[in-house]
Design a protein around this ligand. Structure first.
Ligand code: FES
Length: 151
């Protein structure tokens, strides 16, 4: 028997497919976007946020530790890093392009602030310079605060 989906069911299925695409897009390091200021490639070099497309390979030492979004969860031996989970919980992602860099910048910020023995402030969040062209900044800030509580 052939069953037709209702318009609402088709719309819901499409939303789920788009959500999956957005989550997939948020799980891969972006290439070469530091030059235009977006910082979508943000990764960690010895725990600090860097834009790898702006770091000459010759400047790296064999002992340097490089972590990309793909390896972030491994740093906590979980399927997802707490910041990634916070991103999902707060449904941050829109198109997803900037999100790997946003998450990596957020984790580096939270670690730095914790090392300084204090809580994250609005000034700290204002200091993040990763650009989101979809304008998800409110959800990004909420997710960073939530993720920080779990780190
Ligand atoms: S979610 Fe689209 S650029 Fe940030």
């Amino acid at each position: 028997m052939h069953r037709r989906r209702t318009r609402a069911a088709r719309r819901l299925a499409a939303r789920h497919r788009r959500g999956q695409v957005r989550r997939d897009r948020a799980a891969r390091t972006r290439r070469g976007r530091a030059a235009d200021g977006a910082k979508a490639c943000t990764s960690h070099l010895n725990g600090k946020a860097v834009n790898p497309c702006a770091v000459p390979v010759g400047d790296l030492r064999p002992t340097d530790e490089v972590t990309t979004i793909e390896g972030l969860a491994d740093t906590v031996d979980e399927d997802l890093h707490p910041m990634q989970q916070a991103w999902l919980d707060h449904d941050v992602v829109q198109c997803g392009y900037c999100q790997p860099g946003q998450i990596m910048a957020a984790v580096a910020l939270v670690r730095r602030v914790a090392a300084e023995g204090r809580e994250i402030t609005d000034d700290d969040l204002d200091g993040l310079r990763n650009i989101c062209r979809c304008g998800t900044y409110v959800r990004i800030r909420e997710a960073i605060r939530a993720g920080a509580e779990q780190m």
